[in-house]
Design a protein around this ligand. Structure first.
Ligand code: ADP
Ligand code: MG
Length: 261
């Protein structure tokens, strides 16, 4: 791992009983990368994200973020280190409003920072102004993901595509350095997917993005690096052109994925 790298997985495994959902995967993600992970269903992509975000425990190997071993850290500590994820199965609070969902994430980030010793506890008017600031941040994020004017709607009332947009706003609210997006375009209309692609492309260069996506147009438009997984194993990592040109990937994986979608 060098200074250039933000994330490194060394021989990371996750077994469920005798089943190897992930088997000794090595992966390095460069700082500022737009790194896509592709592979057929069941390849272990979502499991990989669970291990990186901390929602799932490893059964072997080491995960480093910025050189720090996070393998055994709980989710909140990883959020404090700048790791944020959207999940394939939504983690929104459906009975809360759109604004509340983002606001909760903004406040979570503030708490994680305070727990990391970044600031003393706030009292009196400073707490009030911190809340006003947090609401302002939440509004800005909602505008950024394309959900202005939807603040007071319950998350449950959003369309599928809008929920995914909200999930991205929730993830961005934690001011991540590493943003994990698990099939963000799944179930979106082509217009919604195009808008999401623009949003991800416009993220600041210092936000490193690791993206699982079946929409290969989106992958090849956004990604500077592509990793292909298959049956719990790392198959190959390269530039989009290298991956597209790899006959092994072509015949075995891109073909089946395109056929499946
Ligand atoms: P992908 O996201 O690439 O489609 P997943 O990471 O979701 O793949 O799943 C990889 C494999 O691990 C699949 O065969 C899946 O059935 C299995 N798996 C995932 N989670 C569990 C679990 N909690 N218990 C048992 N098997 C699981
Ligand atoms: Mg998945």
């Amino acid at each position: 791992m060098t200074e250039r790298d933000l994330l490194q997985l060394r021989q990371v495994s996750r077994h469920f009983g005798s089943f190897r959902a992930l088997d000794e995967v090595d992966l390095t993600v460069r700082r500022g990368a737009r790194h896509a992970v592709i592979g057929p269903n069941g390849a272990g992509k979502s499991t990989l994200f669970g291990l990186i975000s901390g929602t799932l425990a490893t059964t072997g190997g080491t995960i480093l973020v910025d050189g720090k071993d996070v393998t055994r850290l709980p989710v909140d500590r990883r959020v404090g280190l700048g790791v944020a994820a959207t999940f394939q199965h939504s983690s929104l609070f459906l009975r809360e409003t759109v604004l509340e969902n983002v606001l909760l994430a903004v406040l979570r980030r503030a708490r994680a920072r305070a727990a990391a010793g970044a600031g003393a506890g706030l009292g009196g008017w400073r707490r009030v102004s911190a809340r006003t600031e947090s609401i302002e941040q939440a509004r800005t994020l909602l505008a950024r993901v394309g959900l202005p004017g939807r603040h007071d709607v319950l998350a449950a009332a959003l369309s599928h595509g809008e929920r995914r947009q909200l999930e991205v706003a929730v993830a961005l609210a934690t001011e991540p350095r590493l943003l994990l997006l698990d099939e963000p375009a799944a179930g979106m209309s082509p217009a919604e997917a195009a808008r999401l692609t623009e949003l991800v492309a416009a993220l600041p260069a210092d936000v490193t993005v690791l993206l699982i996506e079946h929409d290969l147009d989106m992958v090849f438009e956004l990604a500077d690096t592509v990793t292909v997984m298959h049956l719990g194993r790392h198959l190959t990592t390269g530039s989009p052109d290298q991956v597209r040109a790899s006959s092994e990937v072509q015949s075995a994986y891109l073909g089946t994925m395109e056929a499946a979608s």
